[in-house]
Design a binder for this molecule. Structure first.
Ligand code: TMP
Length: 214
């Protein structure tokens, strides 16, 4: 079996990182060779771009500049980390990928950028490669933002550039993810993230065991 590329998507505070950690523990027990990674900032060079993208004021750049930087990070991430790992037979689990750009820079910004532009950037940076499976962790933004702000209180550097945006931004974002899932039902699995950690993990494992030989 070809090693799969699995991505996790969702709004702020949807619990992606917790679920990826649990999934990693599960895959380890099963003896699966895998790496976990993230966007933005899955590589040392990408880490520098991440800082520009997630810190500071929300309006320091517009959706077009953001999309370009996210795709620059993505190109570095794919060529330096994701593709080499997959070639090596390792599963790759990524906390966010290109659906984040469609959801944030297109839907959440109320379509200030065209979908064609994002698709064009995708083809330019990534080609026709796609994730094998994408989990979309769906949560009411009011619940997610509360979780996210609680988490950021203990962080030294505040990565709250997006959390500080108005609620409609986060509501558009949520709808955007649901639209993405509707347009690619084979690839995307929407899960209710407003539930306890173990229930959500069990659901993720169920889908995984259905799709792949583990
Ligand atoms: P994180 O909170 O999941 O670590 O992601 C960092 C922030 O970057 C988060 O607010 C979502 C945002 N983001 C985009 O706006 N577009 C993208 O393409 C990606 C990958 C992330």
């Amino acid at each position: 079996m070809k090693a799969p590329f699995i991505t996790f998507e969702g709004g702020e505070g949807s619990g992606k990182s917790t679920q990826i950690k649990l999934l990693g523990e599960y895959l380890k027990v099963k003896g699966v060779d895998f790496i976990t990674t993230k966007e933005p900032g899955g590589t040392p060079l990408g880490g520098e771009l991440r800082r520009l993208l997630v810190e500071g004021s929300a309006d320091k750049m517009d959706a077009i500049a953001e999309a370009l930087l996210f795709f620059a990070d993505r190109r570095i991430h794919m060529s330096q980390k994701v593709w080499p790992a997959l070639k090596n037979g390792q599963w790759v689990i990524s906390d966010r990928f290109a659906d984040s750009t469609t959801a944030y820079q297109y839907y959440a910004y109320n379509k200030r950028l065209s979908k064609e532009d994002i698709d064009m950037l995708y083809r330019f940076a990534v080609g026709d490669f796609k994730p094998d499976l994408t989990f979309i962790l769906d949560i009411d933004p009011k619940v997610g933002l509360k979780r996210s702000f609680e988490k950021s209180e203990s962080m030294e550097v505040k990565e709250t550039r997006n959390e500080n945006r108005v609620l409609t931004f986060h509501e558009n974002l949520r709808q955007g993810y649901l639209e993405i899932a509707k347009s690619e039902p084979q690839r995307c699995v929407v899960l209710n993230a407003d539930t306890d950690i173990k229930t959500l993990h069990a659901e993720i494992v169920r889908v995984l065991e259905e799709r792949f030989e583990i």
